[in-house]
Write a protein that binds this ligand. Structure first.
Ligand code: ATP
Length: 292
């Protein structure tokens, strides 16, 4: 069985507090984009899980969320056979694009289907939450408001048609480091999440882009100033706006014109500020069979 695990960006990311257990309370506008990892899952007569990954620096054992997703399903449902899993990663790693969470989501969906377990999407999302706060959203996909620790999801009106330029500089950022170093006080500039929800509802692309904001930039950008440089370049080359995604360091720029986006992509490549550069579109639910 072949599956696609799509990446996400955060059009808006606000942190409104911290729970007693240390988790941060967030309000995020999530958007799935057409950039994906590929997952191949096969039943095997040999018991146990065998995972192989195309990148040597990504763990292929219980340190990989795909492995953990597979173990969770095998144990809960006492699955009689083993699993051979191949993961081909294209989503930048440790980049703020939920690559690992999306791989885990695809594994849950795939195993449910492969063994005919009959779990609903909601039931898969409950299991996903045990693996990570973003996994339920990666099962849901599309445009959504994520609250709580990221698991309380409300579907939103889709992002109006646009082109999304992705630039990942050659540094990796640990999500834990960023949240640990986040300081919230009266000087914190909180993005207008409710305003963005309203702009999405109105189908107003510039209304959405002018409200883009991410409180985590206050931690990641001072440490990696290249992020600001990529944002500036995208804006100079015609992006309606540009922002860091998640805890970074990936930057995305939103364009309303394909040609402008292509030229900006070229300029970004030439600048060498980003190591990985892609041009993607938003993914909307109700995709084709091919999108499973
Ligand atoms: P988020 O946007 O959720 O913060 P991220 O893009 O920052 O995610 P990931 O690429 O998902 O981060 O993974 C971060 C770390 O998790 C990696 O450095 C890697 O060691 C580990 N990891 C576990 N499973 C995976 C996976 N399937 N793909 C990539 N990394 C994984």
């Amino acid at each position: 069985m072949k599956l696609k695990a799509f990446a996400k960006i955060n059009l808006g990311l606000d942190v409104i507090g911290r729970r007693e257990d240390g988790y941060h309370q967030v309000r995020m506008i999530m958007q799935t984009i057409r950039m994906f990892d590929q997952l191949e899952i096969e039943k095997s007569r040999k018991p146990g899980i065998r995972l192989s990954v195309n990148l040597p620096y990504v763990p292929a054992d219980a340190g990989n969320l795909v492995y953990r997703a597979a173990s969770l399903m095998m144990e809960e449902f006492s699955l009689p056979q083993g699993l051979d899993i191949r993961l081909n990663k294209f989503i930048p790693v440790a980049a703020g694009m939920a690559g690992g969470s999306s791989d885990a989501a695809a594994a849950l969906v795939g195993i449910n289907r492969l063994f005919g377990l009959g779990l609903s999407r909601g039931e898969l999302m409950e299991r996903g939450l045990k693996l990570g706060a973003d996994v339920p959203y990666c099962i849901m996909r599309g445009t959504a408001l994520a609250e709580g620790i990221g698991e309380k999801l409300t579907r939103l009106s889709p992002l109006p048609p646009c082109y999304i330029l992705i630039g990942k500089p050659g540094v990796s950022v640990s999500t834990k480091y960023v949240y640990t170093n986040l300081k919230l006080d009266e000087t914190t500039v909180h993005p207008d999440i409710d305003g963005m929800v309203a702009a999405l509802k109105a189908g107003d692309l510039t209304g959405v882009t002018e409200k883009m904001g991410n409180v985590l930039e206050s931690v990641t950008i001072p440490r990696y100033p290249v992020i600001e440089k990529i944002k500036d370049l995208m804006k100079e080359t015609g992006a309606l706006n540009a922002l860091m995604s998640g805890s970074g360091p990936t930057v995305f720029g939103i364009f309303d014109d394909r040609e402008k986006a292509r030229q900006a992509q070229q300029r970004l490549r030439e600048s060498r500020l980003a190591r990985q550069v892609f041009l993607a579109e938003a993914f909307h639910n109700g995709g084709t069979e091919d999108d499973q």
